[in-house]
Design a protein around this ligand. Sequence first.
Ligand code: MG
Length: 414
Amino acid sequence: MPQDQNEFPHAAANAVGGADNGDAPGVVVVAAGEGQRAGGALPKQYHMLAGRPVLIHCLDHLTAACPEGSPILLVIHRDMFDHARALLDEWGYGTTPLVVGGATRQESVRRGLEALSAAAPRTVLIHDAARPFINAAMIHGLRAAISDTQGAIPALSVADSLKSVSGTTVTGAVNRDGLVRVQTPQGFPFAPLLAAHRAAKGQDFTDDAGVFQAAGYGVRICTGSEAAFKITESRDFQRAEALVQMRLQDIRVGHGHDVHAFGPGDHVILGGVAIPHDRALKGHSDADVALHALTDAVLAALADGDIGQHFPPSDPALAGISSDRFLRFAAERVRARGGMIAHLALVLIAEAPKIGPHNAPMRQRIARIAGLSPDRVSVQATTSEKLGFTGRREGIAANATATVRLPLEAPDGA
Ligand code: MG
């Protein structure tokens, strides 16, 4: 792991495409917090939300909401560097530069800005990864309000009455007039904000607007979004999950079916798990009839052809390969459309081998390959009562069903 090495400077040339990048703002996404309040071993920005990590939701929404060519970099905790790199690769953000954060949020932002200075954007947006659901209207409002001497922050009105308290005792009323709730991203002219952060080193400010104002600049408010709430407590995940699910209203069910014949061998591979048997399954790949049926089920839900179309049996490069690759491919097609696999159900039809003892490892393995939790994967096995080709132990058949949820609209809608 590159301990003190930031990735941005050498990646900038590719990611940014030069300094004359029009008005595309630079974006610093701060994901360096340890986020212990939300519970769990991983910081909350790495938790799964409707089948995707929070951080990936955040990048999806930023990418959709920001002008094309906006250089986006991520500031992450030193201990999460390898994890974050692998995650970004897995979810299609392999070119997103990573910067190691500091001990405080303010220090992390400053490091992000320093790394971004190679790209020299005219303006910059500072955003917290724990607010995944930002939208194009927010970004548009911020960009319109930023000037050479003025920053802009999204704000929401305070609807509830406010009271001051001492412990559990109410001590007075607080006038709501003149108060707002503020969110991120916060937008600024790049060079003045970087200078302000350098000058603020060692001092403690609540946010970047505070740092910027301390340097003598102005800050305006723009319209925020209730959907762009910050995921802080574990209950926020329920709200976030509901929000994502609400968008995934295009619900499809796909069916897949496959058969492979037995040949000589000492094991079969089913659902990515090697199972000892006195025969093997014949096929061009590893002949994993279960993963083939599941792959076709997912592709069917997408109305996106079938396994033979995407991986022609005539392709010599596919000889003997692990069928993990097919199901992973289909799952990636779902992700690429902003959707999620909600459920996979597999039925294996065979007299032998016995599937029962391998059921749990198969569910785990299928879940891992397709990127969903094992409680959303069902594996069942049946015989055909000695009837037909499966009954005569000539081969194994598999049926699969995939439930896939896709968004009804483009992901900039929040
Ligand atoms: Mg097959």
